[in-house]
Design a protein around this ligand. Structure first.
Ligand SMILES: [Zn+2]
Length: 316
């Protein structure tokens, strides 16, 4: 009876001599040698930092130059990354048409506030890291052919918080717009009033809205643009009282945070609560406009809202 060849190696494997004697450890006769990887030469480290950014929504790697070119919007899933006030203005107004106002206005530590660090040291640190004097840039620029008063907030300066300087710069901008009969656009992003200035920051809510009242009385248009995130004292004042209120996709917009509301109302919050998409469905804001379409859309709105005035002025 013939032996089943399959059984050969199974039962007697340990007793069979290997055909080739294995080389001793460390011998140079190894046929296949893996190249040794020197410390610090892994592939990951070959990519210089600051060249690629990972999208938090779709996890795609985006080349930084492409991201800048796309106004910090993910080309794959349209996620809107944070963008600085200067970059926004650059993307919005005609070249060389922007004249900045009150560029050197800075906050004073009136309360001598000291927490983990003093308010003065915080201001100095943020001024150095952002190149800004405070959390808003204001000025007059042209969008298409329409001269417009523009205020743009920057979240990277102390969370875009509204202190005396933000309030004063915006109020002066609104008053200039009223005097010069210009339409107004304020692009907001803020965590709310600046606690380091206590009551002085809360007073800015009434001051800015008072100035907006005079601007509205002069029948001049005001468009409020809400970006991620716009909350608390800013949302409860000038950001929510535009003739038109538009928002960027996915922006978180609200007064108090969802946890506070949930604890206060003891109710389950619906999915998507406090997002731009939720608010447009419930009539709180008028439209959602992507950053890449923002300039074109604002120009269209301005033309529509100022058209009557221009025609009247021409007729008069
Ligand atoms: Zn993405």
């Amino acid at each position: 009876m013939a032996k089943n060849p399959k059984n050969l190696n199974v039962s007697g494997a340990e007793g069979v001599e290997p055909a080739v004697t294995p080389p001793p450890a460390g011998s140079e006769t190894t046929l296949i040698r893996k190249p040794k990887i020197a410390a610090g030469s892994s592939r990951k480290k070959e990519i210089p930092e600051g060249v690629w950014t990972k999208c938090p929504k779709c996890s795609n790697l985006i080349y930084d130059k492409e991201l800048d070119h796309n106004l910090k919007v993910c080309p794959n899933c349209q996620f809107h990354f944070p963008i600085s006030a200067r970059e926004r203005i650059h993307a919005l107004v005609e070249t060389c048409s922007f004249e900045e106002m009150n560029a050197d206005m800075t906050s004073v530590d009136i309360l001598q506030f000291t927490g983990v660090a003093t308010y003065t040291s915080k201001l100095t640190a943020y001024q150095k890291s952002t190149g800004l004097k405070d959390a808003v840039i204001t000025g007059i620029g042209k969008i298409g052919s329409i001269k417009t008063a523009i205020g743009v907030m920057d979240f990277s300066f102390l969370g875009g918080s509204m202190g005396s300087v933000v309030g004063e710069k915006l109020t002066r901008l609104i008053e200039t717009a009223t005097d010069r009969e210009l339409p107004l656009i304020i692009i907001s992003t803020s965590g709310g009033a600046r606690m380091y200035e206590g009551m002085f920051s809360l007073m800015q809510m009434a001051k800015t809205c008072g100035a907006l009242g005079y601007h509205a009385q002069a029948r001049l248009p005001y468009i409020s643009v809400l970006t991620h995130p716009t909350t608390a004292g800013v949302m409860a004042s000038y950001a929510s009282v535009g003739d038109l209120v538009v928002a960027e996709p996915g922006a978180m917009i609200g007064f108090a945070g969802p946890r506070v509301i949930k604890d206060t109302t003891q109710a389950e919050l619906p999915p998507g609560f406090q997002t731009a998409e939720f608010l447009v469905d419930h009539g709180m804001i008028d439209a959602i406009v992507g950053r890449r379409e923002m300039k074109e859309r604002l120009h269209y709105y301005l033309e529509f809202l100022t058209g009557g005035r221009t025609k009247l002025a021409k007729a008069g």
